[in-house]
Design a protein around this ligand. Structure first.
Ligand SMILES: *Cc1c(COP(=O)(O)O)cnc(C)c1O
Length: 502
């Protein structure tokens, strides 16, 4: 305790007495089995309360004070009551805002929060296994590498591929950008001449990754897209040869396999042809769409993904994991190691054993959570089939929604390639500004209602509504609820008669 003498002034008996006293005083950090049971029961009861309510749970809860009550319990020398703390968490943290674990979350890219993965996270945290270094934790390192290998096989990469499980798509894309930079030896002086090819549908984390990687000054070429917002390979080929003719350095092509905005899948095979011919690094961002490879439709759509040099898939999106899992894989794994391999004097024992590559050598992270377990446990217990079936169901739900929302009188976007549907209220002859304002009123009305969570985007200046089905918990009844809520908004705003539909 702070008011005692400095340690150096004490006799050894007093020192030992003080150590004993501190051991007793800090015992709360290591609860015995009785206290563990109390804690566990309280946490489990809270999680059960949450899960049992999920089917009727609003997708978005517009709250007055938006969780400000969190601040009412300060961090203090002494802890607070368990029941009070759990109640505050449920009231102030779980309730307000979006509900990514609820089947009514149909906005942005929905999450899910697979229960088996939550339990795996618990197990991983309890053993606190260090999956980063093979020497420390050979089983965990093998398991993590095995999960990456499973994803690499799904993509169709050769044996040479290596990859890493990071926190999400942003860090996964950053890891790929850094690898591509080093593999193509893009140094300071080359940066202003180096060109990256992308589209307006490319996720903004790519530009962020370039900046973080010291490549903020590269040339960005937004390649023209077709009516479905997909990169046009002919336009890509033309710009690249133009750039070459002007002495620039065509470096990297970023294709998207399932854009966040509209679910567009770039023509991966044709872009692969251009990349190969032009000698560009070919990166595919499949953070959202990647695991649709588990379905026959997805494999058809993502054909050519295996030709890329690097790829990103987010298990916390289309594999339904709780937030905190993105996978990056590099076809020629040596490039990933060259950019991310580690050393350090204090790690000399660990570095001597090279019978299995250490995940830390494939990632910007050293100490990291044992993320492999949250992918492994559900795959071990459930196999891949339920994942494939749930994803196929989402593809069909998107098609169903598009048909039904058109019946309500909405103008619909192109048939969804994956599970994003775009639509808007667009009476013929109405000026764009008015149409945009009307669609904004519709989406704001749905947010105030909250029974389902929908979102909007701007496409070529048009305020456009989106519906994304991705949670394994989202089923037809949730889509029907979305249709009912939209119809009610049309009635509320006076766009249709009450009796018109539903
Ligand atoms: C979500 C997403 C990202 C970013 O991934 P995070 O996991 O949110 O960091 C990147 N690219 C695409 C296509 C995405 O959908």
């Amino acid at each position: 305790m702070s008011d005692e003498q400095p340690i150096s002034d004490e006799s050894s008996a007093a020192l030992i007495e003080r150590i004993r006293r501190l051991e007793r005083a800090s015992r709360a950090l290591d609860p015995g089995s009785g206290r563990r049971k109390t804690l566990r029961n309280a946490v489990m009861a809270s999680s059960e309360r949450h899960l049992r309510k999920l089917h009727g749970q609003k997708g978005y809860v517009a709250g007055a004070d938006q969780g400000a009550g969190v601040l009412s319990l300060p961090v203090a020398r002494a802890g607070h009551d368990l029941a009070d703390v759990i109640a505050l968490y449920e009231r102030e943290v779980v309730q307000p805002g979006a509900h990514p674990s609820a089947p009514s979350h149909l906005a942005y890219i929905p999450g899910s929060g697979l229960y088996h993965s939550a339990l795996a996270d618990f197990l991983a945290a309890i053993s606190n296994k260090y999956s980063s270094i093979f020497f420390s934790s050979p089983g965990a390192a093998r398991l993590e590498n095995m999960m990456v290998r499973w994803v690499a096989d799904l993509v169709g990469y050769p044996e040479s591929a290596l990859g890493s499980i990071v926190s999400g798509g942003s860090i996964a894309n950053l890891t790929a950008v850094v690898t591509a930079r080093d593999a193509r030896d893009i140094r300071g002086g080359d940066v202003p001449r180096a060109v990256v090819y992308l589209t307006t549908q490319t996720h903004h984390c790519i530009q962020k990754s370039l900046r973080i990687a010291g490549l903020g000054e590269v040339q960005l070429r937004y390649v023209a897209t077709d009516a479905r917002h997909r990169m046009r390979p002919d336009a890509l080929a033309t710009i690249i040869s133009d750039d070459r003719a002007h002495g620039l350095l065509p470096w990297m092509i970023v294709a998207t396999a399932g854009s966040t905005d509209v679910g567009a899948v770039d023509p991966l095979e044709d872009i692969g042809d251009v990349a190969e011919r032009e000698g560009c690094w070919y990166h595919v961002d499949a953070a959202y769409g990647g695991f649709f490879l588990l379905t026959a439709e997805g494999r058809r759509l993502l054909k050519g993904i295996e030709r890329s040099h690097s790829v990103v898939l987010d298990p916390h999106k289309s594999l339904f994991m709780p937030w905190g899992a993105g996978v990056v894989i590099v076809r020629d794994g040596r490039a990933l190691v060259e950019s991310h391999g580690t050393s350090g004097h204090y790690m000399q024992d660990a570095l001597r054993d090279d019978s299995e590559i250490s995940p830390a050598d494939l990632s910007p992270e050293l100490t990291k959570p044992f993320r492999g377990l949250r992918i492994w446990l559900p795959l071990m217990l459930l196999g891949t089939q339920p994942f494939a079936d749930a994803l196929e169901e989402k593809l069909l739900l998107a098609r169903y929604f598009r048909g039904e929302v058109a019946k309500l009188g909405f103008e619909v976007g192109p048939a969804p390639e994956l599970s994003v549907v775009t639509y808007r209220w667009a009476p013929p002859g109405m000026p764009l500004e008015e149409t945009n304002a009307l669609n904004q009123r519709i989406i704001e009305g749905t947010h105030a209602d909250g029974r389902v969570f929908l979102s909007s985007t701007m496409l070529d200046g048009r305020f456009t509504l989106r519906m994304v089905a991705l949670s394994f918990r989202t089923h037809k009844r949730n889509i029907d609820m979305a249709l009912r809520v939209l119809h009610e908004q049309l009635v509320r705003i006076g766009l249709v008669e009450r009796a018109a539909a539903q």
